[in-house]
Design a protein around this ligand. Structure first.
Ligand SMILES: [Zn+2]
Length: 578
């Protein structure tokens, strides 16, 4: 059986899509560079994503630094909890994810076990170094953040961000103001993030430097709904809820509405973003038959989340892989950053009508306190005001209250203190918003898009490989090919090319036989090839060849742009015939 991954990687290197970074120096696992065609595909995926989050959702996109000071990661919790279990070989010193070694050798689910348990399994099953069969050392926590220094000297440590999200949380105050101080609002970021994975061995799937497309939606904790929920509620998805996983039951096929009604999904807003993700994945060409949403089990949930669903896509080599996560991060991040930085990260929610509220207040009676306590009276009054009214009332009910002022004890009773109910007008309240986070792994989405588009068929008795990429995702929408290496045809082709490239993403390809050029374009998923041949020179018509069917039609050159537009927006070749 052909391994799609290795086939794809061959094409990717050959056709300028993706390859290992700094290969002439031997590369390092977890780093990949995107070539010209790969970068075009990335752009197209990003722009499709922006269509959903910028145009439909109306969120503003920001760009924050990839290096941030240590305090940020104290606040975010990454300095404490962002670790994997590591072990080193005592013979050859290679490092491994200890939990992964256990899972490769046994049936044990090890990724959420404590280190001492993992250690026991290593001993019990005599797990050894996969490279040299040496003994493995102790299991300990390894923090996955890349550390660096800000400025010379070691006084200011910094870290490469492990997720783009933190840049949005630390800028909350600016973003709240920018969004007219009103919940809900959302912010997005597309950018790089870094995780110093211990021993990534899954090619382009587990990267140390990767790209994320994230949205942080700041919502009222009591309003986890979405105004456009009804537009997605009938989308059917494959869900694998916690309960089903724990019972060893298969996933369920269900509409989002049913999933919310039956309590599988915790809120309409989470369901909404699962729906939006499904639309996005489908539009870029991910096969939704190979897509499911798996809920995190309680022990694998990140420290910050209350509900989390991973979008998982089926890959022929890697099985189900996570390509996105839809999480309810609650108020965890803002609260933590507020505690750590001292900044107030709240939203003031104004009531429609001011609310009258009963409030108990403590009123020190200065006309009694003053003459009795003289210069100590003010200090006593200040202390009283800060006390809990109900507690103070209870204390007074059971006798005089003793208070120590500068080493002297004073006795106070109801003559000195009045506690009474007052009416208060409240116009609104401060809330720490909750955060709903749809987060997408761009590199993995890129790979899955290629894999789901990968196909082989027989054309003219010859096997060909073709990437059936969506027309808007393929690096080029069309390629212009002069049939022969002949001056008149070349000239004509250049004219067609320079005309089309003003409005479309087109390539011109002049080298090799026409058959080879078709194969080349098929391999990068170019949906249409426009060929300039003998007849073009006579009657100003060209052929358009469809990548998927390889059938061709002739159209007049003056109608080429229009024809291409129709095809790209979904028309078939036969629909173009006059
Ligand atoms: Zn070893």
């Amino acid at each position: 059986m052909t391994d799609v991954y290795s086939q794809l990687m061959k094409i990717a290197k050959r056709r300028g899509i993706i390859w290992p970074s700094f290969e002439i120096y031997g590369s390092a696992s977890g780093f990949y560079d995107y070539g010209p065609n790969g970068t075009e595909i990335l752009h197209n995926i990003k722009n499709t994503w922006r269509k959903y989050y910028k145009d439909i959702e109306g969120f503003g996109e920001i760009t924050t630094t990839t290096i941030m000071g240590e305090d940020v990661f104290h606040g975010s919790g990454h300095l404490d909890g962002f670790e994997d279990a590591m072990t080193e070989c005592r013979e050859c010193s290679r490092s491994y994810r200890a939990d992964h070694l256990i899972e490769e050798h046994t049936e044990v689910q090890a990724d959420s076990l404590p280190n001492n348990e993992i250690q026991k399994h290593i001993k019990k099953h005599d797990v050894r170094c996969p490279e040299c069969n040496g003994q493995l050392g102790d299991v300990y926590d390894f923090n996955l953040m890349f550390k660096t220094q800000i400025g010379p000297g070691g006084s200011r440590p910094g870290y490469l961000r492990p997720e783009t999200a933190q840049g949005m949380f630390v800028n909350y105050q600016y973003l709240y103001k920018h969004n007219k101080e009103k919940l809900p609002f959302g912010t997005t970021q597309i950018g790089r993030a870094y995780r110093n994975e211990i021993s990534p061995r899954q090619g382009v799937i587990r990267l140390r430097e990767f790209m994320q497309m994230e949205a942080e939606v700041f919502v009222d904790p009591e309003e986890k709904t979405h105004p456009d929920y009804s537009e997605v509620k009938d989308i059917e998805v494959e869900l694998h809820p916690t309960e089903k996983q724990l019972e060893d039951q298969p996933p369920i096929k269900i509409t989002l509405q049913e999933a919310v009604d039956q309590g599988w999904i915790g809120s309409e807003i989470i369901a909404y973003y699962i729906g939006l993700s499904t639309r996005f994945f489908s539009e870029i060409g991910i096969d939704t038959e190979k897509l499911r949403y798996r809920q995190h089990l309680p022990d694998e949930m990140a420290h910050y989340a209350s509900e989390c669903w991973d979008a998982e896509a089926m890959s022929s080599r890697f099985g189900w892989i996570e390509i996105a996560g839809i999480s309810d991060r609650t108020n965890y991040d803002l609260k933590k950053h507020s505690q750590t930085s001292g900044a107030e990260l709240t939203a003031f929610e104004r009531y429609e009508e001011p609310v009258e509220k009963q409030k108990t207040v403590i009123e020190p009676q200065m006309d009694v306190l003053g003459p009795q306590l003289k210069d100590k009276a003010q200090e006593v009054a200040n202390t009283l005001i800060d006390m809990d009214p109900d507690k103070l009332k209870n204390m007074l009910d059971s006798g005089p209250v003793e208070m120590n002022v500068n080493g002297e004890t004073v006795k106070l009773d109801s003559e000195h203190i009045e506690i009474r109910e007052v009416e208060e007008k409240i116009t609104g309240e401060k809330k720490v918003p909750h955060v709903i986070e749809p987060s997408y792994g761009l590199d993995r989405i890129f790979y899955i898009t290629l894999e789901h588009a990968y196909d082989q068929d027989i054309q003219d008795g010859e096997e060909r490989t073709v990437l059936r990429l969506e027309r808007d995702i393929a690096p080029k929408q069309a390629a212009v090919l002069p049939l022969l290496n002949q001056e008149e045809m070349e000239k004509q082709a250049r004219e067609v090319y320079s005309q089309l490239q003003k409005t479309h993403r087109v390539a011109i390809d002049r080298s090799g036989s026409i058959g080879r050029r078709y194969r080349r374009q098929d391999e990068i998923g170019t949906p249409y090839c426009i060929t300039i041949d003998h007849q073009t020179l006579e009657d100003q018509t060209v052929t358009i060849r469809d990548r998927d069917t390889t059938s061709q039609i002739r159209v007049g050159m003056e109608k080429l742009g229009e024809a291409l537009d129709k095809l790209i927006s979904g028309a078939s070749l036969s629909e173009l015939k006059p």
